[in-house]
Design a binder for this molecule. Structure first.
Ligand code: NAD
Length: 188
């Protein structure tokens, strides 16, 4: 892909959602920068057969912020679709790898958002989950972003903390107390 050609970055491109997004875009002749930290295997290659002209692969670990940000100078990114999330985990995997799960899902997302900012990307799509927004009883009824109340980044990061605390506590070796609020002190 030429550095002057606009492309859409798809993260988690070797995963279930990512590879289908890559295929959808490439079939419509959109150039795709397909990112994953695993080499695209034979199954993926076969699934995307005939679309090589539109797809370029990069092997990058999204937790490596330097490598992620380097994409800004190497490619002309017009959009990012972020589907590289540590998913499909069993309770056992949650117990063994809580740090890896949180690092990928938090820092991977933050690094791609920072890439979007630095590269002046016009549109960023975060592939979320029914586990976050809930599922509508009518499957034809869209669940929109307002289902989650968003404050400023610092508020937001704090309201997210109980979830992370619980996720880490799943390792079974940690007792976590939540919801402790110090009494407001009056200034004298
Ligand atoms: N699969 C479904 O049916 C489904 C349904 C609803 C929502 N989702 C959401 O879609 C998103 C993706 O799910 P999926 O099923 O495609 O998962 P997946 O596990 O099939 O794909 C995730 C991909 O991300 C890659 N990845 C993980 N960590 C990475 C890192 N640090 N750097 C680079 N690449 C990394 C993995 O190698 C993998 O190829 C998730 O947010 C999930 O909640 C999936």
């Amino acid at each position: 892909m030429l550095p002057t050609e606009s492309c859409v970055l798809v993260t988690g491109a070797a995963g279930f959602v990512g590879v289908n997004v890559v295929k959808y875009l490439a079939q419509r002749k959109r150039r795709v920068l397909a990112l994953d930290f695993v080499r695209n295997d034979l199954l993926v290659a076969d699934y995307l057969k005939g679309l090589d002209d539109y797809v370029e692969w990069v092997e990058v670990d999204l937790t490596d912020s330097t490598r992620v940000l380097s994409l800004a100078s190497r490619y002309k990114l017009e959009g990012i679709i972020h589907a590289a999330i540590f998913t499909g985990v069993t309770n056992d995997a949650e117990r063994v790898k809580p740090k890896e799960i949180l690092t990928t899902n938090l820092m991977g997302t933050i690094n791609t958002l920072e890439l979007a900012r630095v590269a002046n990307v016009r549109r960023y799509v975060y592939v979320s989950s029914g586990g976050v927004y809930g599922t509508a009883s009518d499957l034809n009824e869209p669940v929109d972003e307002d289902s989650i109340q968003c404050g400023c980044p610092s508020d937001r990061s704090m309201t997210s903390m109980p979830c992370f605390l619980r996720a880490l506590a799943l390792s079974g070796r940690l007792t976590v107390a939540e919801g402790v609020r110090p009494r407001t002190l009056s200034a004298r």
